[in-house]
Design a protein around this ligand. Structure first.
Ligand code: SME
Length: 152
């Protein structure tokens, strides 16, 4: 329950920014900064948008990544799009198709940004905490992703 409360304030901030005509990249940056600002287990947050058969990094907060374009089907991020399923990876070292950005990340949560049946992109959250994300974290990030789906 507690993890959903900050999501509510993030959603309100996104709606307020949208009312002030914030462009898409600003909304994505705001979402990433606000999620990362919650602190552990949220270490870094990345917003990838789907362009054809590639995910393109459009905003992030936290550690930089070399993975600025990810083909659908590649890595944890590309797997989320290919399967249409959010990915909650408790141990990134145990996943064969994981694309590493750094040596500190231990777990990863990918939540799709969907508008109806259409996948617009995803929020990809890294954690330095092993098995960092539970059901409540997933629910909180999904609330932000669902808000973005309406506002973008
Ligand atoms: N780890 C992701 C790549 C993106 S970076 O973590 C920001 C993956 O396996 O797809």
């Amino acid at each position: 329950m507690t993890a959903t409360l900050p999501a509510g304030s993030i959603v309100r901030a996104l709606r307020a920014a949208h009312l002030h005509d914030a462009p898409q990249d600003a909304l994505l940056r705001l979402a990433c900064e606000a999620i990362r600002g919650l602190g552990p287990p949220y270490t870094s947050a990345y917003a990838y948008m789907l362009h054809g058969d590639e995910l393109v990094l459009e905003a992030f907060s936290g550690r930089d990544t070399e993975h600025r374009r990810i083909p659908v089907g590649t890595g944890v991020c590309g797997t989320a799009v290919a399967t249409g399923e959010d990915q909650n990876v408790a141990d990134v070292g145990a996943v064969g198709n994981y694309l590493a950005c750094n040596l500190e990340t231990r777990s990863e949560l990918v939540v799709l940004i969907r508008r109806g049946a259409t996948i617009l992109g995803q929020l990809d959250i890294d954690s330095d905490v092993p098995a960092g994300f539970g059901v409540e974290h997933h629910r909180a990030v999904k609330a932000v992703a669902d808000a973005l789906a309406v506002l973008l």
